[in-house]
Design a protein around this ligand. Structure first.
Ligand code: ZN
Ligand code: ZN
Length: 285
């Protein structure tokens, strides 16, 4: 099995140097203004997991412990905990920044069949949903300016994915996505962007939906994903991102999201827990 996505080989998008075991996120992989993107961090768990296990992985889990350093060297430790699972910790002299594990074993589902079916049923839009998508006008929120350069969702991120899902029902956000050729790994969409694409795309609706007030913002706390199949790079009809905010419980918000084929076949499913913070804290202050 080869694993050679952009972040795992030399170049401007390089993050992991497997010889020196140094991990360093270039500025372009920011989330908040001065720290790394949580989806990229989660994707790196997948990259390292696939490389360390030497086989395709089907489950990953990540936990963000503190702001992920940008343009500053980190290193990683890993341990094969079961034949199919590797646990990984990434950090620097200040301690771990994020930890997680990757596994070939996907026997424990991360979301109910009903949730998968609900997301999948929205991969293809009815005329009514498409109208709602096309007529949606985005409102600014307290984090709009701070996250304008976010690698995943930032409209001003020059090298970013610029993914801005819009509501198609009161609870579902949706986007059609052509990742282009940049992220191809072994004729498939590389794991890192496939996973990162399911990060803040699930959080874009928090203010609009009323899960956050104008005095609040949110940061990724943890992310679990099932990789059913690496998506084709550029399927006819594009990939479909379908997200739902499930609930808020005090300082936590739970989201379900998936990357689907244009007919609703799931490729990657993600379940995130977000931590409610002040806009200043989200900014990194
Ligand atoms: Zn990689
Ligand atoms: Zn973002």
């Amino acid at each position: 099995m080869t694993h050679s996505c952009l972040t795992c080989r030399p170049g401007p998008d390089s993050v992991i140097d497997y010889d020196t075991q140094i991990i360093q996120l270039p500025q372009r992989f920011r989330g908040p203004p001065a720290s790394g993107n949580g989806g990229i961090a989660t994707g790196l768990i997948a990259c390292l997991g696939e490389k360390l296990l030497g086989e395709p992985i089907q489950r990953i889990s990540s936990r963000l412990i503190r702001a992920v350093p940008l343009a500053s060297p980190m290193t990683f430790t890993s341990q094969i905990t079961e034949p199919n699972t590797v646990s990984i910790s990434i950090g620097d002299s200040d301690g771990p920044a994020f930890t997680g594990w990757a596994s070939k074993d996907s026997s424990t589902p991360i979301m109910s069949n009903e949730t998968v079916a609900l997301l999948a049923s929205n991969a293809v839009l009815t005329k009514e949903k498409l109208d709602r998508f096309e007529n949606h006008v985005e409102q600014l929120n307290p984090s709009s300016a701070d996250f304008a350069g976010c690698f995943v969702c930032g409209p001003k991120a020059e090298f970013g994915l610029r993914l801005r899902p819009r509501p198609v029902t009161d609870e579902i956000s949706w986007l059609s996505w052509d990742p282009g050729e940049r992220w191809t790994d072994d004729n498939r969409l590389a794991l890192l962007p496939a996973i990162a694409s399911l990060d803040c795309t699930a959080a874009i609706g928090f203010h609009r939906e009323g899960h956050l007030t104008q005095d609040e913002s949110a940061l990724l706390g943890s992310f679990d994903a099932t990789i059913i199949e690496k998506p084709p790079t550029r399927p006819a009809g594009n990939l479909r991102i379908v997200a739902r905010t499930r609930s808020r419980d005090r300082r936590k918000i739970f989201t379900d999201i998936g990357l689907f084929s244009p007919t609703g076949q799931p490729y990657v499913l993600g379940l995130a827990t977000w931590i409610v913070v002040t806009p200043e804290k989200a900014r990194g202050k």
